[in-house]
Write a protein that binds this ligand. Structure first.
Ligand code: ZN
Ligand code: ZN
Length: 304
């Protein structure tokens, strides 16, 4: 009697558990791709390009395909759904934010989640109007006394980190957008240089803090871009569906993320929320985005 024996042996190495315990989402408000990673000299973002990018993964084909305004963009980031809300701070997101899902499922303390400002009107990000979530799962809010001052925003992050030790932060660096609306290109690019240098300061702040070092994943993105030069008012404004407004970027650095990778796969702003949720091990049941799998170091699988 013939016997055929097929032996398939898969040896799995012990899969290392995720190391991320904290996530910081940093939103630089309104730089255009042509002044950030789309500039081959990276004139205005030397720190992001030379110091931070090699430590993480950069997404170059990353888009806001919803409403390209501040409050909508930030709400889409936090909810993983395309939010089109009023831009004056009078309307909250309609779908649950990362904060609400995190607090409902993982950590109920009010200081575990923070909105750090930036523009005051973004305090609407603290919680949504969704009936199953809302105020009882809200993030705390740290206001700025001078919303266009990005150095002060960094001080606010530092203060919140040291005082409350939150696990999940979104921060708005408003200087770039405010300067561009003032129609001064030099001031706009100077503010971008400042924001760029503050990202390096922030990463060092994280990596020199015993609670946060090697346990924190940093997302650096933007809410929207600005009009291309020959569209409407050019760099002064934003809010439509031109390439300049839609094309944003995302850089992710952290202990679970590959280093030195540039990924040109198409991803969207709503993909941030489910990716953050996976890092912090909870669910975003209403999100329409997809997890950005390439942001996770692949599990090693040996096959014999
Ligand atoms: Zn604006
Ligand atoms: Zn536009």
């Amino acid at each position: 009697m013939k016997k055929c024996l097929f032996v398939l042996l898969f040896v799995f190495t012990s899969v290392s558990a995720q190391l991320t315990e904290n996530v910081f989402i940093i939103v630089i408000d309104g730089p255009r791709y042509s002044e950030t990673y789309g500039d081959s000299n990276h004139t205005y973002i030397p720190n992001l390009w030379l110091a931070l990018r090699p430590q993480g993964i950069l997404y170059t084909n990353f888009y806001n395909n919803g409403t390209t305004k501040t409050n909508s963009g930030h709400s889409s980031i936090l909810s993983g759904t395309w939010q089109s809300i009023k831009n004056d701070g009078s309307e909250k997101p309609s779908m649950p934010t990362l904060f609400e899902c995190y607090r409902k499922q993982v950590d109920t303390s009010a200081s575990s989640c923070f909105v750090v400002l930036g523009k005051k009107k973004l305090d609407v990000l603290a919680y949504s109007t969704h009936p199953d979530y809302g105020y009882q799962y809200a993030a705390s809010v740290k206001y700025s006394e001078k919303e266009e001052d990005d150095c002060l925003t960094l001080e606010n992050i530092k203060d919140v980190m040291q005082t409350y030790r939150p696990k999940l932060i979104i921060a708005n660096f408003a200087g770039v957008d405010i300067a561009a609306h003032d129609e001064d290109f030099e001031s706009y690019t100077n503010k971008l240089k400042i924001a760029d240098s503050l990202m390096w300061v922030l990463w060092n702040l994280i990596q020199n803090d015993s609670i946060y070092q090697n346990k924190t994943t940093l997302f650096i993105t933007n809410d929207h871009g600005r009009h291309l030069d020959r569209i409407k008012t050019g760099f002064h404004d934003h809010g439509d569906d031109c390439e300049g407004c839609r094309h944003i970027s995302l850089l992710i650095l952290g202990p679970d993320t590959p280093a030195g990778v540039i990924d040109s796969t198409f991803y969207e702003q709503i993909d941030i929320a489910p990716t953050v949720a996976k890092l912090l091990k909870f669910e975003m049941p209403y999100s329409k985005g997809k997890i950005i799998e390439s942001a996770f170091i692949k599990e090693k699988i040996l096959e014999e």
